[in-house]
Ligand binder design. Structure first.
Ligand code: PXG
Length: 443
């Protein structure tokens, strides 16, 4: 194969303010990736790095898929940009139709943005506006969850439950409550898949509702499986119960499927795997295989129809983005959905789940490992925090794994793994060997 020469590395790193990164530490000892194909990245020193995190939970079909690249090239040459404001192009409508057909229940209408954060903002705004439209404008309270992550926008951090993401950013949205998270190591440490214990934790919603009055709640937003907050697996029956309580009180249920969508849990969406259908679902990441930014909120026909009333010359929702339904992103997403379907990647993820589970739980007993959690093609390996220095063990493991030839994610002291759905059994074993070596070498 004729590989092009890697691009020269920049000699001044100071201008780029990197997101969610200790900038000074990184820039003192940077790690550069210069190419990617299939399951592997290429580091700037030429080393092959196995991708244990699908980039950042998004490259579900693996890197460098030629069909996606071609779709992007062709679309950019044919129609680079047209607004979705008062104007249309075929692919955004085709994509919305495809997503509506894929999504469970009657999640039949799609509002496009450019990221998970925008998808979340869109979902929260639609939930609030829906109740106003439906004659209940007092339903303004939103409920999130401790350790929940819903992106970096003001809406998302308000309902999110990760303290450092909320600190120093002002008063955030008013009228927000938080459920407790579902993680309980005493009952559930080293559980294979979904824990038996913990469905009753959904009952906390009843307490919150009782406190403020059921008629004042607009929506509950949760990740069916919490990702960035440390890979927290929903206990059996928990999501079902959450659905029942929301229904009993006329509260919309929003599933943030930015991570769990597109095969991550061995089904198109977590909603399918758990057979619990939300009223609104947010997606991003795997929608375009990470190749072009795109996010969306899917809503039920009941919600959409509530807006399709009143004067026809007035926009039904005063919301949107310059790049909503962008032609290049739409083309990339259509090509991505074709790959998922043609290569049966969601079924593939389901098929390899047991092997993955056994391999990950094989790390039990290694130094500092206090819990291992898994579901679909996701795993969280939790380490005991270092005395007085939480997060440093996680960061050390990430650095060691990169040296050893694997990209992993560290959220605090939990190592998150979520490889592309194309990973083979041999590659799973190789990934675990690198993680095991890192665990053994970090004190
Ligand atoms: N919702 C969920 C559930 C997410 O995981 C977002 C919304 C926001 O998406 P955008 O595209 O705006 O970044 C996310 C993003 C991590 C990590 O440490 C996870 C995300 C982002 C950054 C880090 O696991 N997920």
């Amino acid at each position: 194969m004729n590989t092009p020469a890697p691009p020269p590395l920049p000699n001044d790193l100071s201008s780029f303010w990197m997101p969610f990164t200790p900038n000074r530490k990184f820039k003192a000892n940077p790690r550069f990736i210069v190419a990617a194909e299939g399951m592997y990245y290429t580091a700037s020193d030429g080393r092959r790095i196995i991708d244990g995190t699908s980039g950042l939970w998004c490259v579900n079909a693996g890197h460098g898929r030629s069909e996606i690249i071609e779709a992007i090239k062709t679309q950019a040459a044919e129609l680079d940009y047209v607004p979705s404001y008062m104007m249309g192009h075929p692919k955004s409508f085709q994509l919305a139709q495809r997503l509506a057909a894929m999504a469970p229940g009657d999640l039949n209408h799609v509002f496009f943005g450019n990221s998970g954060s925008e998808a979340v903002d869109t979902a929260l705004k639609i939930a609030l506006a829906y109740h106003a439209r439906a004659g209940e404008p007092q339903r303004r309270r939103l409920v999130g969850r401790a350790r929940g992550f819903h992106g970096a926008g003001f809406g998302g951090i308000s309902v999110g439950g990760i303290a450092p993401n909320r600190t120093n950013f002002g008063s955030l949205l008013a009228e927000v409550d938080h459920l407790g998270h579902t993680h309980n190591p005493e009952h559930n440490a080293f559980t294979l898949g979904q824990p038996e214990w913990g469905a009753h934790l959904a009952d906390e919603l009843e307490d919150i509702v009782a406190l403020h009055g059921a008629g004042n709640f607009a929506a509950v937003i949760i990740e069916p499986m919490a990702g960035a907050g440390g890979v927290l697996i929903p206990p059996k029956g928990y999501l079902e119960k959450m659905r029942q309580i929301c229904d009993a009180h006329g509260i919309l249920l929003i599933f943030d499927e930015v991570i769990t969508g597109f095969g991550r849990l061995g089904a198109g969406f977590a909603a399918e795997r758990f057979k619990v259908v939300p009223d609104i679902m947010t997606i991003a990441k795997g929608l375009t295989n990470g190749a072009v930014p795109m996010g969306a909120a899917l809503v039920t026909s009941k919600i959409y129809d509530a807006f399709m009333e009143g004067p026809e010359n007035v926009a039904e929702l005063y919301h949107g983005y310059t790049y909503s339904g962008h032609p290049v992103a739409s083309a990339a997403a259509l090509a991505t959905l074709d790959i998922y379907a043609r290569d049966h990647l969601f079924e593939r993820a389901a098929g390899i789940e047991n092997f993955w589970q056994a391999a990950v739980h094989g790390l039990k007993g290694l130094p500092n490992v206090i819990d291992i959690r898994n579901l679909g093609l996701v795993a969280g390996i939790e380490l005991a925090a270092k005395d007085g220095a939480p997060g440093t063990r996680g960061a050390d493991i990430l650095a060691k794994c990169f040296k050893g030839g694997a990209l992993v994610r560290a959220t605090g002291d939990t190592i998150a793994l979520a490889p592309p759905l194309i990973i083979t059994e041999e590659q799973i074993e190789a990934l675990m060997e690198i993680v095991a070596a890192a665990l053994k070498s970090v004190d």
